[in-house]
Design a protein around this ligand. Sequence first.
Ligand code: ADP
Ligand code: MG
Length: 689
Amino acid sequence: MDSRLINKANPLKETVQLLKGVGEETVQQLEAMGIVLIEDLINYLPYRYDDFRLKDLSEAAHEERVTIEGRVHSEPALQFFGKKKSRLTVRLLAGPHAVKVTFFNQPYLKKQLNLNDIITVTGKWDRHRQIVTAQTYKLGPQQGVEEFTPVYPLKGSMTNRTLQKMIKQALQLCKGIIIDPLPEELIVQYRLMNRQAALEAMHFPSNPEDMKQARRRFVYEEFFYFQLKMQALRKFEREQSKGISIKYNKDDVTGFIKRLPFPLTKAQQRVMDEIFTDMLSPNRMNRLLQGDVGSGKTVVAAIALYGAITAGYQGALMVPTEILAEQHAESLNELFAPIGITVALLTSSVKGKKRTLLLEKLKAGEINIMIGTHALIQDEVDFQQLGLVITDEQHRFGVNQRRVLREKGENPDVLFMTATPIPRTLAITVFGEMDVSIIDEMPAGRKPIETYWAKENMLDRILAFMEKELVAGRQAYVICPLIEESDKLDVQNAIDVHMQLEQYFSGRFSVGLMHGRLHSDDKEAVMKQFSENKHQVLVSTTVVEVGVNVPNASLMVIYDAERFGLSQLHQLRGRVGRGSDQSYCILLAEPKNEVGKERMKIMTETNDGFVLSEKDLELRGPGDFFGRKQSGLPEFRVADMVHDYRALEVARDDAHKLIERLEFWNDARFEPLRSYLMEEGILSGGKLD
Ligand code: ADP
Ligand code: MG
C-alpha cells in the first residue's frame, strides 16, 4: 500500500500525487490545466470524441472523416516530391469497395505495409476519386474497444493517452464513493445516469447510447448548478436586500403620459405597469427592459424617472458613451425643463470647478435626474436621495459594475435597458437572476426599413441613389467597418471614404466625418452639424451605433457589412427609419462563405431584432454573440447553450422550485448543493447571506 495514502476514506480530496506514476513534473503539468485533486481529474471531461467506428463507404459523405478496415491489395507505391515530401499509395479492399489509400510524408510505412495485411485506416474520404487520405492507421482489424476516443483539452506536453491512463486509475480508486449531488427525485424524473456511471461513460465510452446518456446527465448537471446559483442570487436580491417603496403620484404620472405627443403602445403600457409595480413594492427592482431599436424605451425610462421624482426621489440614467449621454440629456431636458424638473449631465469632460459645483447640487437634491457614463458610479458622486437607476445598453456594463451601481444610494431600484434583443436562451443565462420586461411592438405608422445587399462594384448605382435621397432633402449615414485588431485602420478607412465622398458630392452636399479618435468636443460638433442638416452625409465608424437620433436620415450604407454581427447591423440600421420617410439600408458585402451569405440575406428579410438575434446566435455561437469583449457569459464544459436550451429552461424551473422549498435549507441530503452555493460566495454558513 502506498504510504502517501493518508485519507483512504475519501481519495477524491487527495492530490493527484496519490496516483501511481505521477511525479513532480506531471503534477505541475496537471496544475497548469487546473487539476490538483483526484476529484478535479475525474471531473475533467473530454470536449469531443473521435469516432473510429467502421464506416460503410456507400453511406459516407464526400470529405467525411471515415474509418475503414480492409485488405492491402497492392504493393505500396512511394513517390517523393522534393526532399521532405512524399506520398505512399496502396489499394485497399474494404468490403465490396476497392479504394486508394494515400499517406503523406510517412515514407517509412512502405516497410510496414505488406500485401494482404489487414489494416484499419482513418482519414478523409474523397467520394469522387475513391481515395482515403489517411490520418492514422493501425495494423489489424478494428477491435471495437477504441471506437470512440475522448479528446481532452490539453496543455504543455501532456498527452491525451497519459491523461486517460491517470483518469482510469483515479476512477478505479474512487469506485463506489462518488456521490450524486443531484436530488434523487430529479434523477428519477429525468432518468438520468448516476454520476459514477456517467463519469465512466464520458471517459471510457463503450457505446454511443451510453455516451449520449452520460452527456445528457452532465448537460443537466451543469445547467442545474448554474441555475441554482442564479436562482439563489435572485432570491437573495429579492428577499434579503431591503429596497424602497417608491410611492409615486399616480395622477401626476397619468398627466405626464397624457401630455406626450403620442399615445403609448400596448407594449409600453404593459412594461410601465411592470416597472411601477416593482417601484411601489418594498423589494428592490432588478429588471431588464428589452426592446428593439426605436420601440420607445427612452420614453418608458422618462416616465419611470418622473414617477420617482413625484415620490421625492432622484433618478440616474447611465449610458455607455458620451454622445449618447448628451443626446439623452437633450431629449430629457425637452420633456422635463418645462415642468420644472432639473436634468444634468455628468461625463468625464465635466471637470474642475464645474464638476465640483454639479456634485454639490446633486448632493443637495437640486438636481432631479443625473445622466452620465460610468462616471456616475464613481465614489465621489453622492446623491441626496437616489431612488431609481436606469442603465441603457446594459450588456456593455459588466456584472461587477451592475453590483457597484446597485450598492449606490439607499438601495435604489434598478432598471437595465437594452436595444440588443437578447435571445431568450442567453437572457435566462446571462440575466438569469433578473426579471425581464419586453417591448415587442413598434409605435404605429413606422415604415419598415428596406434593406438591400449589394456588392462593391455597384457603388456607382448606390451613390446615384444616395444623391436622389439627398436632393429630396434627406440625409445619409455611411458606416465603415470596425476592425477590432486596429482602430487605426478603422479610422483610416473612414477618412478615405470621407475623402472620396467629399470629392463626389463636392459643391453640392456637405460630408461630415466621425470616428473614435476625434476629441469628444469634435464628435459632439460633428453630430450636432449632422442633426442640424449642415452635413447631409455622415461618414462614421461604429461610434454612431447606439442611440443617436436624426429622424431626417433615411439612408444608411454599410461598408464591409459581413464583418459585423447581425445584431450590430440591426443596431446600426436602427439609426434610420426614425422619421416619417421610407428609409433604406444598403449592405455592401462580399461574404466568403455560405454562412456569411445567409447572414446578409436574413438582414434583407426581417426587421425583427429578436429573430435576428436568435439567428446570430445560431450562426455564430454564444461566444461571439456579444462581440469579442466578454460579457459575463458563463462557460459550460459539456452543455451547449444553443442546442441544449430546453434543458436549460427545465433546469431553471427545477432549481427555482428547489430553492423555494424549506427542506432545501435544512435537509442533510441537499448539503452538497448548499456547500456549492457557499463556495460560490452566495451563502454563508449554509444560510442566505
Ligand atoms: P428606443 O430608445 O427604444 O430606441 P426611442 O425611445 O428613442 O426608442 O423612440 C424612438 C422614437 O419613437 C422617438 O422619436 C420617440 O419619440 C418615438 N416614440 C416612442 N414611443 C412612441 C409611441 N408610443 N408612439 C409614437 N412614437 C413613439
Ligand atoms: Mg434609446
